[in-house]
Design a protein. Structure first.
Length: 384
């Protein structure tokens, strides 16, 4: 492979909303800084309208799709766009194609490319199986990987699944880097400033639940844990910031039934980058009460703002938490264990200890390190 490595990345990119779009946009910049020639092909739709319920596709504040640096070309539900993507690949003639995978809805489109584009394909596996139960998702994913040249994973749990279902594939396990805090002025907002801006009480600890609210995210379990903490006279509040994919009124009703409505603040809707930054800066501890997970960008966002986390012991979550240092791992996936873990995170002195541990974690989980390792692996795959 003479000269500079030339790749195409197929993924959502900013200004499409969501963690994978953020990840891919930052990864593209990181690979380019390592001297890789990177072109992106993005999506103009991903899910059918009945699943999105009219929710915006782009980041809040984005008015035009034209603000995207990558062509918004692909609709996995429209085969006509698959041919357009294949033509783009033929025109760009990359050494390989890096394809972001996280949902079984992508399998038919990716199979089409594998069969017809005549290029080496490497899958960046954010998930192997879907968080919500989808019939035959593992079977379809195995079928897709049968025609791939390699995979890249970002957590041990996904890496193990890939090795189990596609042991014939070359696979590189890397990591999800810590987020870089939003630069929103010469002096970053303090915790106090963020709370004042958001109308939160400035005294006492605040927990943060951040991101899409889906059944597997365990928000109901967190609310029950909060009620247990109130029963133990532990003084704490909870900020819930994210887009509801479950009925919001059900959670508001649950807070009333548990007697915690006065210490829970809901901020429904997808958070812009600026609002997300304020949420993390306002919080003392970020809680991920997930019932199922492979990895989570929310942990890395928390670390980017020097915030410790409390997580349940599921999937890849515990891989990214040094228990007792960068955060607390609950012993079990239930409200009682979660409440105990939160209580540990609020002990005097833990916040300062966690800040030092998180700084060390960030040094070993940088975007520069990930980009460098990924470049070396892709060069090996692209070699004749």
């Amino acid at each position: 492979m003479p000269g500079k490595l030339n790749i195409v990345v197929i993924s959502p990119f900013l200004p499409i909303k969501g963690g994978i779009a953020h990840f891919s946009s930052r990864l593209k910049a990181g690979l380019e800084s390592e001297g890789v020639m990177v072109n992106g092909l993005s999506f103009k739709r991903i899910y059918p309208s009945f699943l999105t319920a009219g929710r915006p596709f782009f980041e809040p504040g984005t008015l035009l799709a034209d603000s995207s640096e990558e062509p918004l070309l692909i609709d996995p539900l429209n085969p006509l766009t698959w041919f357009a993507a294949r033509r783009e690949l033929a025109h760009k003639a990359p050494d390989l194609v890096l394809l972001a995978y996280w949902n079984v809805i992508l399998v038919p489109f990716y199979l089409f490319l594998e069969k017809t584009c005549g290029l080496k394909t490497v899958f960046l596996m954010h998930n192997f199986s879907s968080h919500e139960r989808v019939p035959f998702d593992r079977v379809l994913c195995r079928l897709m990987l049968r025609h791939a040249d390699a995979t890249v994973t970002l957590s041990g749990s996904v890496h193990d699944e890939v090795l189990l279902h596609a042991p014939f594939l070359r696979s590189c396990r890397l990591y999800h880097p810590s987020a870089e805090p939003l630069q929103d002025g010469e002096r970053p907002k303090s915790k106090h400033d963020a709370r004042v801006e958001m109308g939160l009480d400035s005294d006492g600890p605040w927990l943060l639940f951040f991101g899409y609210i889906r059944p597997y995210k365990g928000l109901d379990m967190l609310l029950k844990a909060l009620a247990l903490l109130r029963g133990r006279s532990v003084r704490v509040r909870l900020l819930v910031a994210g887009e509801f994919h479950q009925p919001e009124h059900g959670f508001r009703r649950l807070t009333r039934e548990l007697g915690i409505g006065d210490i829970v603040r809901f901020m429904p809707g997808f958070a812009s980058q600026s609002l997300a930054a304020s949420c993390f800066r306002a919080a003392d501890v970020v809680v991920l009460p997930y019932l199922k997970a492979t990895q989570s960008g929310v942990i890395q966002q928390a670390y980017g703002y020097d915030r410790p986390v409390v997580v349940t012991p599921v999937g890849g979550l515990r891989e990214d938490v040094i228990d007792g240092e960068t955060g607390i791992v609950a012993r079990h996936c239930d409200a009682c264990s979660l409440a105990h873990a939160i209580e540990r995170s609020l002990l005097p002195g833990f916040y300062r200890t966690a800040a030092l541990a998180i700084a060390g974690y960030r040094r070993t989980h940088s975007w520069a390190g990930l980009s460098r390792s990924l470049k070396l692996f892709l060069e090996e795959v692209a070699a004749p």
